[in-house]
Design a protein around this ligand. Structure first.
Ligand code: FUB
Length: 459
């Protein structure tokens, strides 16, 4: 348990820093309870999200987690709580720490729920398995003891966070681990024992914990929480990912797919549902939330043509908080053939040349032009997300931009950086202001005019 305290301390240090984390946070799939460590599974026309349950008191500095919950949705927007479908009491050999889990279907058509759990015996965390006949159970202990424990040869320094993946040939693989100790193994068809030896996958840069494995177009993907200062503040995690042509690797690191969130821990589940890919993750965004009172949310995830993943834009989640939708747009100039209203139709462009939903453009103006949102009543605003238009002709990315809000008598510059990157939402987060107008001043390069595909404004 000494190690448990050390792990908790890592998260606790982050607690002190939470106010420095991004201010905006995605809306939770529920605010009835605090949820964490999502796993996702599609069965028929339903998306199931399996979560842990944070029960730490306000100000708590350790995890208090006793059961796991299920949520279901048919539109990835509205989620119905199915209740606590698995708890510590399901596993008589264990008694604490209902940490991260994942559900996978067995060859027998049953649903196997792999969980991180603290055993009563020697050692620390274990991986256990429960089984049920439907995605919501009821579930019973499938083994009567751990599938993986500290006594498993070549086990991880911390045996938590199982991700279980069934390949097209029926072979099931499990990845797991923490403390930089990623491990992998084949499972037997019963789903309750390991086949062969536990391996240490190669090529997964800066792995910390929380692996999630999936396959797309013949390529294996492994997303995971990475704890390195290149992608997040100290003690916060971002989500990196790697790809491979073999389910056991070697892996090639591909980059960051989710920046740090408002909780120190970060935990991905990536899934396709009704033709749309999603990143399901947790943060500290719910009222009263924190590092030990987390909330599961999801955002859309986009693949590039070469199979790489675009970084997920953390929005206000399924319940949209895009204040642009209720604003009236204005501009200093729009070309007669372009559409100013296109910037607020809620569309996520596939790239900076994707004008399929229209675009704002100011060809052939040079210098500084502006677009602006106005609301009939004051709005609380703390974040801007702009997607630039670049038609590879007269419209190019701007040289610079600046956000300004109306204080009732003048436009006041917001000090937040204003990004000018292609093929992504450029996010600017700033201390919230209350205003009826937000202006985006856009300064062109000397050779080109500028344009915008979408501009979101969030609390
Ligand atoms: O929720 C407890 C632990 O925090 C999980 O097992 C890790 O993935 C981290 O999210």
């Amino acid at each position: 348990m000494i190690r448990l305290r050390a792990w908790a301390a890592v998260a606790a240090v982050g607690l002190m820093l939470v106010s420095a984390a991004p201010a905006s946070a995605a809306a939770p799939i529920t605010t009835a309870i605090y949820t964490a460590d999502p796993a996702a599974l599609v069965v028929g026309d339903t998306l199931y999200v399996y979560t842990g349950h944070d029960e730490a008191p306000a100000g708590g500095t350790n995890f208090v987690m006793r059961d796991w919950h299920v949520f279901s949705s048919t539109d990835a927007t509205t989620f119905t709580g199915q209740g606590a479908r698995l708890s510590l009491s399901t596993f008589p050999w264990a008694g604490a720490d209902a940490w991260a889990s994942e559900v996978e279907r067995g060859a027998d058509g049953r649903y196997y729920w792999f969980v991180s759990i603290n055993g009563n015996g020697p050692g620390w965390m274990n991986i256990g398995v429960a089984v049920g006949d439907s995605p919501t159970g009821p579930f019973t202990d499938a083994i009567g003891g751990p599938l993986v424990s500290d006594s498993t040869p070549n086990s991880s320094p911390l045996n938590i966070d199982p991700t279980v993946f069934r390949d097209d040939d029926g072979q099931v693989y499990m990845y797991w681990g923490s403390y930089y100790g990623l491990r992998a193994a084949r499972l037997n068809s019963t789903m309750t024992s390991i086949s062969g030896s536990v391996v240490t996958p190669q090529g997964v840069s800066n792995f910390w914990e929380a692996p999630w494995m999936f396959k797309r177009n013949g390529v294996y993907y492994l997303a995971y929480a990475a704890n390195d200062s290149a992608c997040s503040q100290p003690n916060y995690a971002c989500v990196r990912y790697a790809t491979a042509s073999n389910p056991l690797g070697p892996w090639t690191h591909r980059g960051v797919v989710l920046d740090q969130v408002t909780s120190t821990t970060n935990h991905p589940a990536i899934i396709e549902f009704k033709g749309q890919w999603y990143m399901v993750y947790h943060n500290a965004g719910a009222p009263g939330g924190g590092n030990f009172r987390r909330s599961v949310t999801l955002d859309k995830l986009t693949f590039n043509a070469d199979g790489t993943m675009q970084k997920v834009v953390q929005t206000t989640g399924p319940a949209t908080g895009n204040l642009a939708l209720s604003a009236t747009p204005y501009t200093s100039y729009v070309s007669p053939w372009e559409t100013l209203g296109a910037i607020k139709d809620g569309f996520t462009p596939a790239g900076s040349q994707d004008r399929s939903h229209g675009a704002y453009g100011n060809w052939d103006r040079r210098g500084t032009e502006w677009i602006e949102y106005r609301w009939p009543t004051a709005q609380t605003i703390g974040r801007s997300e702009v997607y630039w238009f670049d038609d590879n002709q007269g419209i190019d990315l701007p040289a610079s931009c600046q956000l300004q809000y109306w204080n009732g008598s003048a436009y006041v510059p917001l000090s937040s950086a204003c990004g000018v990157n292609a093929n992504t939402f450029n996010v600017s987060a700033f201390p919230q202001v209350s205003t009826t107008r937000l202006r985006l001043a856009i300064t062109s390069k000397t050779t080109h005019s500028t344009g915008v595909l979408e501009w979101r404004v969030l609390p």
